[in-house]
Ligand binder design. Structure first.
Ligand code: PLP
Length: 392
């Protein structure tokens, strides 16, 4: 079977690969603790699901909508973003998509001509690189130095005449790192100066822990806002990964190009899910806060345990999202594995604990543990990792 070159060069999602393997092992009855997947373990709050049910019962959910979503949802998103950041987007500046994943995918499709480059700080979420490739662009990884963050100097070292965009994901997957207002100001001004669009992936912005301060790239300065596309969605904040609702908000010209693309690609995000998302964005935030508190408690439990595992190094406590990204190279060496990839595979095979090798995020000496899992399972997972490292 002939396949297009464009797909042959793309790596399948490593996080999905590990979680699929973990699911297969579970289906065979094996005792698996899956710390690989980036999704809340909570079910969607009932008032949100009820809004979808009402749309189904009334018949409203039976029909196509505008390609970029129903006006009421765009208004709910605009209201929500304005309450959080003070920044006002018109409905023409918002495209609702089938998950934030499609917002990013569509954005790169309409932004990049062949060979144009996107700066992607490392470590970074697995899909940025492949999405840029799928759009015919060239991903330019930008290694971070201290605290998993890139500076203007790091970015400048990778800038070329073909650089079109830069991704800033704060709080970050896989590290939980947050960029400060000062750091974002420097980066935002540098991007503006070089006409590089900033893609601000704020999908984890509601999951901030232990009093961490947060500023979004969009709220620093109106000129930087105009040069930024905000990407977010309901998946992580409202435990709605399965509903597939995300959005892009930014310059009208880009959003209108995305509307054309989406009109030919998805038609529209699932109508019932859009009604559910209105209820989520219009809500008072109590359910988000309940889940945030649970994640915070898990972080505060897990971080000290993980940093005590022999060969697991993680000097900075994460401030957001729901991941830990320790350097585990010493643990691989202690257990006589040649690489972290081999260590992670053996850990799953022998203890049933699934974590993701850092290679997927561009830092092969690290591994990602998600704490979007019940606390007793997290404690048991660390006990198994300790036994595995100690026994080998
Ligand atoms: C950094 C980041 N951006 C975007 C997404 C996509 O989220 P969704 O498509 O579920 O809205 C994810 C999901 O894992 C993510 O971690």
């Amino acid at each position: 079977m002939h396949l297009a070159k464009r797909i042959i060069s793309v790596a399948p999602s490593a996080t999905l690969a590990v979680s699929n393997l973990a699911k297969q092992m579970k289906a065979k009855g094996e005792d698996v603790i899956d710390l690989s997947i980036g999704q809340p373990d909570f079910t969607t709050p009932a008032f949100i699901a009820d809004a979808a049910k009402a749309a189904i019962n009334s018949g409203a959910a039976s029909f196509y909508t505008a390609a970029t979503g129903i006006p009421a949802l765009k208004a709910a998103i605009a209201g929500h973003v304005e309450r959080q950041t003070g920044v006002h987007y018109t409905t023409k500046q918002i495209a609702v998509t089938t998950g934030a994943k499609l917002a990013l995918y569509g954005l790169f499709q309409v932004l990049l001509d062949p060979g144009e480059e996107v700066l992607i700080p490392l470590p970074g979420w697995v899909s940025y690189v492949e999405q840029v490739r799928l759009a015919g662009g060239v991903p330019r990884p930008v290694p971070s130095h201290a605290h998993f963050k890139v500076t203007v100097d790091d970015l400048e070292a990778q800038r070329t005449a073909k650089t079109r965009a830069l991704v800033i994901n704060s709080p970050a997957n896989p590290t939980g790192t947050i960029y400060t207002k000062q750091e974002l100001t420097l980066i935002g001004n540098w991007a503006l100066q070089h006409d590089i669009l900033v893609v601000a992936d704020d999908i984890y912005r509601d999951l901030l822990f232990n009093g961490a301060a947060y500023t979004s790239m969009i709220e620093i300065d109106p000129e930087i806002t105009k040069n930024t596309v905000l990407i977010s969605g309901v998946s992580k904040s409202y435990a709605m990964t399965g509903w597939r609702i995300g959005f892009a908000a930014g310059p009208e010209k880009l959003i209108s190009a995305m509307a054309t693309l989406l009109g030919h690609a998805t038609g529209n995000p699932t109508t019932a899910a859009q009604y559910a998302a209105i209820a989520a964005f219009d809500s008072d935030g109590r359910s988000v806060e309940q889940m945030r508190l649970a994640f915070e408690d898990r972080l505060n439990t897990l971080y000290p345990l993980v940093t005590k595992v022999p060969g697991f190094d993680l000097p900075d406590k994460p401030q957001g999202a729901f991941y830990l990204f320790p350097n585990v190279k010493r643990a691989a060496q202690l257990t006589n594995y040649n690489s972290v990839d081999d260590f992670v595979s053996a850990l799953l095979a022998e203890t049933g604990v699934a974590i993701v090798p850092g290679r997927a995020f561009g830092m092969p000496d690290h591994a990602r543990l998600s704490y979007a899992t019940a606390k007793p399972d997290l404690i048991e997972a660390v006990a198994r990792i300790n036994a595995f490292v100690g026994a080998n």
